[in-house]
Design a protein around this ligand. Structure first.
Ligand SMILES: [Ca+2]
Ligand SMILES: [Ca+2]
Ligand SMILES: [Ca+2]
Length: 385
């Protein structure tokens, strides 16, 4: 037993040394990685310091612990440097702005991350959500002063590739990249010490993926610029794609409109991804109950604007969403229409190789029944909003 422990310790030391060497080699562009942070990365990678969200807070919905651990382990390997965490550990206050699209604006991960920051560094982090639904990088360039620079942030997260990639907007990959570099340059001119972290978000499926035919090229802008300029890249796409492969129906439950992760999606994938990449302890993000994405979705469903969502309104919304993906209008979704073989095999209950509406909606219709506490078939204030 002792011998085993010794071997393990030696292995850990060797890994530490290798990691430290790897970080050392990068030190010309990443001067602020502390030994402490490197150690934390290793601890996290061994899952010794990792607490997954517990299920009892999440109304019978079991959190994918195994997945969260995989995500955790995947993401920690990507950690290069987070000056943010180093500064927090030294006790300084930090202002962080999350700048981007609806994936940030109504992303529950922002609220959950704020909670996690407060648990580990009480009162030290001012995390500002400076994102806007529908925004692309042209909007980002135009609104940088007001939404970002005005706050004099110590750290900025940026993501616009998801909307730059919308085909009907006719934004070129080059133009999107120029916009990204424009924002970065202006941040660094005004605040040279600002840490910039680029993000590639979750990959949409179905009709929302269809609208973005060239998405990977726009995402690669972020990967390339991060590499060129020595910034950290947080890749939500990788974690979400792993999640989709592992549990397709759970994926659709967590991303019911095919692009926006809801609160549980934040808890299962997005927030662990952020925490691990930043070098934060995950803590207890589930204590945050905000659900900005469902608030937004329910407003869309409430077509008669009477501040209540009936079962019929709820079903109509998802039926419309299904129909948008059903490009050939045959009432069934195939892998091409869903942009995912895994989703078809995961949702196709009767194994006919296609996904019907009832198969499609099965995974997320419980979003309604769970919320309808008095079972009167209508969701009102208190149940939603
Ligand atoms: Ca209504
Ligand atoms: Ca079809
Ligand atoms: Ca089927």
């Amino acid at each position: 037993m002792k011998k085993l422990n010794l071997v393990k310790t030696l292995q850990t030391l060797a890994f530490c040394l290798l990691t430290a060497t790897a970080y050392g080699q990068k030190s010309n562009i990443l001067p602020n990685l502390s030994a402490d942070h490197a150690k934390q990365v290793l601890i996290c990678d061994g899952n010794q310091d990792f607490k997954t969200p517990t299920s009892e807070h999440i109304a019978n919905e079991k959190i994918g612990i195994e997945h969260a651990l995989t995500t955790h382990s995947l993401q920690t390997k990507m950690v290069k440097s987070t000056r943010l965490i180093d500064h927090l550990k030294m006790g300084s206050k930090q202002t962080v702005v999350a700048f981007g699209t609806s994936l940030t604006a109504v992303g529950a991960w922002v609220d959950q991350l704020r909670t996690v920051f407060n648990q580990q560094f009480p009162g030290q982090v001012n995390l500002i959500n400076g994102a806007q639904g529908g925004a692309n990088s042209d909007w980002g360039v135009k609104n940088l002063d007001e939404k970002v620079l005005k706050h004099r942030p110590d750290c900025v997260f940026i993501e616009f590739s998801i909307n730059d990639a919308v085909g009907s907007r006719r934004t070129s990959v080059d133009h999107a990249r120029k916009n990204l570099n424009n924002m970065i340059d202006r941040i660094l001119v005004k605040i040279p010490s600002c840490e910039i972290i680029l993000m590639v978000m979750n990959t949409p499926v179905g009709h929302t993926r269809e609208r973005r035919p060239n998405l990977p090229a726009f995402e690669n802008n972020y990967r390339d610029v991060a590499k060129e300029r020595g910034f950290q890249l947080i890749d939500h796409g990788k974690a979400w794609n792993t999640f989709l492969k592992k549990n397709p129906s759970r994926f659709l439950f967590c991303v019911p409109d095919t692009v926006h992760p809801v609160r549980l999606g934040g808890l299962e994938v997005s927030t662990p991804t952020m925490a691990m990449a930043l070098g934060l302890q995950l803590g207890n993000p589930e204590t945050n109950n905000e659900q900005p994405c469902f608030d937004y979705l329910f407003r869309m469903m409430d077509v008669d604007k009477n501040k209540a969502v009936t079962r019929a309104e709820f079903d109509q919304y998802w039926m419309d969403s299904f129909n948008k993906s059903d490009r050939d209008g045959n009432g069934m979704l195939d892998a091409k229409e869903l942009w995912s073989e895994e989703l078809v095999s995961g949702l196709d209950d009767n194994k006919d190789g296609k996904v019907s509406y009832s198969e499609y909606s099965a995974s997320f219709s419980k979003h309604f029944t769970k919320r309808d506490k008095n079972s009167d078939g209508s969701l009102v204030r208190g149940e939603i909003w």
